[in-house]
Design a binder for this molecule. Structure first.
Ligand code: FAD
Length: 390
């Protein structure tokens, strides 16, 4: 039996449930990645993705296989590859959001479709609130349930892959990143970053908000495209509980997106005030880091330079846009989405809505004092100096 294994946001060979499932179910496996124009991304993330695909191809070749890369509509490409290889099974990982749902709906065609666990530690829908409902709306009870429910099922890495004659790949357009300083993409680079960071992560709980100290893991780009397994990280004894809690936030937003796929454009909280000012000049100044508010400008310039921003700076810059300027969270989220190398639909729009008070924040009316934040998290202005205009 031949299976098409569709890689999506699981660009790795270690702890990959879809890869393990395909190898279990079929004698021959056709590893495939489709760059689909319907998937939200940006040129910084594409640069990272192309490196991750090269790395994945190397790893699959080392196992005796290879990787077919195509561009176009995912379901149509899968159908073509199935026809070329005689595959009657399609295996891929689950995911949340409208794009993933539309792909999964049309993927199998007349073949059998198997959907393996996706990017979460705990699959959306597996934990349900005792009071009813199809997902948790508040983080703290979710964290409580998640911490108890967390389990570990390692997907074995195949010793050898058997592939049929693989059909041709398409040449993907080269990436045109806008950020000069991007991290190296791929599973091996992600594992190396993890091994470098883990032994130094002891002070994460105390220092993760220290803007200039830059003590967070910077694993987010690897998690966003699945170069690392979130399940494996959550069970890694070297990592502090405070960081594992952030992985729970990631799962939390994913289960919200799974239940509410309109998260990217519609206020999640019914009855939320979702009326905003329009001021193109203020919006442009915010985007370019020229508002004149040092801490906001520093964050926005880090985003442009690195395609990444410290979480505390994301909160400050987003809070400034929506709470101080009163501008629409959709515009802020779209700008982040155009630059973030770790762009993740659930995390970006979930956090934007949380900050705007239209999402899951239990205190949606709370203001955001950027000066106080700057004083607390950048007391000696080192972060502001690092990202000041030349
Ligand atoms: P660490 O502190 O080392 O955390 C480890 C991992 O936990 C991260 O890699 C990430 O996967 C997860 N995580 C951490 N904080 C959060 C959080 N608040 N919500 C959900 N998951 C979290 N994260 C993205 O991955 N993609 C996005 O597009 C994104 N957009 C954001 C937009 C706004 C307005 C805000 C406030 C936050 C956003 N985040 C996003 C969450 C967070 O800022 C980043 O995950 C974090 O800064 C990544 O750095 P790190 O890997 O060093 O994090």
């Amino acid at each position: 039996r031949t299976a098409v294994l569709l890689f999506t946001r699981d660009l790795r060979v270690h702890d990959n449930p879809a890869l393990a499932a395909a190898c279990r179910a079929a004698d021959r496996v056709v590893p495939l990645y489709v760059e689909d124009p319907g998937r939200r991304t940006n040129e910084n993330q594409r640069a990272f993705l192309l490196a991750a695909l090269d790395d994945l191809r190397d790893s699959l070749e080392a196992l005796g296989g290879g990787l077919v890369v195509r561009a176009g509509d995912t379901a149509a490409q899968v159908a073509e590859v199935r026809e070329a290889t005689g595959a009657d099974l399609v295996v891929c990982a689950s995911d949340a959001g409208r794009f993933a749902a539309s792909v999964l709906e049309r993927l199998g065609g007349d073949a059998e479709l198997r959907v393996a666990p996706g990017p979460a530690v705990v699959e959306p829908g597996r934990l349900l609130p005792s009071g009813g409902g199809d997902h948790y709306k508040v983080f703290t009870p979710y964290w409580r349930a998640w911490s108890q429910a967390r389990w570990r099922e390692t997907a074995p890495e195949p010793e050898r892959l058997r592939v049929p004659d693989l059909p041709d790949s398409h040449a993907l357009a080269p990436a045109e990143p806008t950020a000069a300083d991007l991290p190296p993409g791929g599973e091996r680079a992600g594992l190396a970053r993890l091994d470098e960071w883990a032994p130094a992560s002891g002070d994460y709980a105390d220092r993760h908000d220290d803007l200039a100290g830059d003590r967070t893991s910077r694993l987010s780009p690897y998690l966003a495209l699945g170069c690392l397994s979130a399940r494996e990280l959550a069970a890694d004894p070297r990592l502090p509980e405070a960081m594992v809690r952030q992985l729970c936030w990631r799962d939390f937003h994913l289960q919200v997106l799974a239940a509410f796929p309109a998260l990217t454009d519609t206020a999640y909280r019914s009855g939320a005030n979702d009326v905003w000012e329009t001021d193109m000049t203020a919006l442009e100044a915010w985007k370019h880091g020229t508002t004149g508010i040092g801490i906001v400008d520093a964050g926005m310039r880090q985003l442009l330079a690195e395609g990444w921003m410290h979480n505390r700076a994301r909160l400050i810059t987003a809070g400034y846009l929506v709470k101080t300027l009163g501008l629409d969270w959709r515009d802020g989220a779209a700008h982040f989405a155009a630059h973030l190398v770790d762009l993740d639909e659930a995390n970006n729009w979930g956090n934007w809505q949380w900050t705007a008070g239209t999402g899951n924040d239990t205190r949606p009316g709370r203001g955001f004092n950027h000066e106080r934040q700057a004083g607390r998290f950048d007391p000696d202005e080192a972060y502001r100096r690092r990202w000041s205009l030349p």
